[in-house]
Write a protein that binds this ligand. Sequence first.
Ligand code: MG
Length: 512
Amino acid sequence: MLSRVKSAVANFMGGIMAGGSEHGAGAGAGGSDLPLRFPYGRPEFLGLSPDEVECSADHIARPILILKETRRLPWTTGYAEVINAGKSTHNEDQASCEVLFIKKKTGVTFTPSKNSSVKRRSSLPNGEGLQLKENSETDGITCHYWSLFDGHAGSGAAVVASRLLQHRLVDQLQDIVDILKNSAVLPPTCLGEEPEQPPGHRTLTRAASLRGGVGGPGSPSTPPTRFFTEKKIPHECLVVGAIESAFRAMDLQIERERKTYNISGGCTALIVLYMLGKLYVANAGDSRAIIIRKGDVTPMSSEFTPETERQRLQYLGFMQPHLLGNEFTHLEFPRRVQRKELGKRILYRDFNMTGWAYKTIEDDDLKFPLIYGEGKKARVMATIGVTRGLGDHDLKVHDSNIQIKPFLSPAPEVRVYNLLQYEHGADDVLILATDGLWDVLSNEEVAGAITSFLPNCDPDDPHRYTLAAQDLVMRARGVLKDRGWRISSDRLGSGDDISVYVIPLLHGNKLS
Ligand code: MG
């Protein structure tokens, strides 16, 4: 246990655990004789040669990578990235961006990889997928997909998720595509009060689902309605459920395939799905999405860290104390409790508390706290600094057999933004970025940078959003001076991997 504490202290003091990252989780990144599921590389849409990938990994020069002139992403999305300042060999962030066409499953059984009725559009080297809307739209629904993953303890999970999560999402959306296709233009919202439904609007009811979606009130085989609660499920909630299920399926796939392949570490996941006039932003981890409209910021995600998820984690430790391995206490104290303090009174916080109260110190309170540290240094079991994401199935507390995975969740928070509800100008954008950006720039600083940068670009230049992404990465990385990377006001620049999308919202309005 002492070595574990030392390791934790080193981390809090700014030390870097071997093979680790700012998310912690240094353990478990060891070598493996198994083949890689996918080779390491940078996002496919960047179209880099092996030499270019190698050059991009210069931890001293830290070149900022942007989309090539010949490359286009849907909606003329901008993208830029830079590698870390030396905390890991590889850039452990990953990204993918695609146009997906969702078609109903055919047949009774379904094998996605071989018998798929889904046509996944390519990475769009020239943006040709943008004209898909009129192409066989009656057979299915065209969606747009952007993703960001921030890996830790190896790049394996992030690479796999960047290649496969969209497939798991398509699997789920196929189940509901017929219902969504037949819906009205403006399905009711999943959040808050349900608005009045337009004529012809169909909702999937619990009763309908229990009957396999056939029949209805009054049909011969239907039992009296008093036995069935007609719970109305808005279509928007079906999409949210599909996304949540896709995250879960992706995590299970990594768990399965790590027995056959070397899939190292874990990753956070932030995705955006554009479907039927709405943006669905799903986040599991500490990346962040914000919308900037007319200079105002609308947060589209919240971060999942040991601090923000303290009560969930403590409750799990309380309910299943064996997960703590007799080494940790689920209680939180303002500082480490020392043996000589036994019998004294100390402030503490349990899973059901937001405030603090006094308790008498007992033997159990001398164990290492389940959650320890503050801000970016907060860790679960002195090991990992993010509490949601994909992978990490083999992650253990240093020098022990205590599993961390039971405390981690692949469940994303999903927020919905109705593009049809607002008018958007050419400078209104959705920003997605890994924590490398947000560690050093606030939402307001990013909004200020965007609103001063974009109006000075040619509005017809399709590259303007990539230039804006490059500007943001530059502001967060800074310039190398005698005392390290520095940004404005001589603040410390981000030493983490930084990846940024700038997605213009005007294009979404045009498509809608
Ligand atoms: Mg990061």
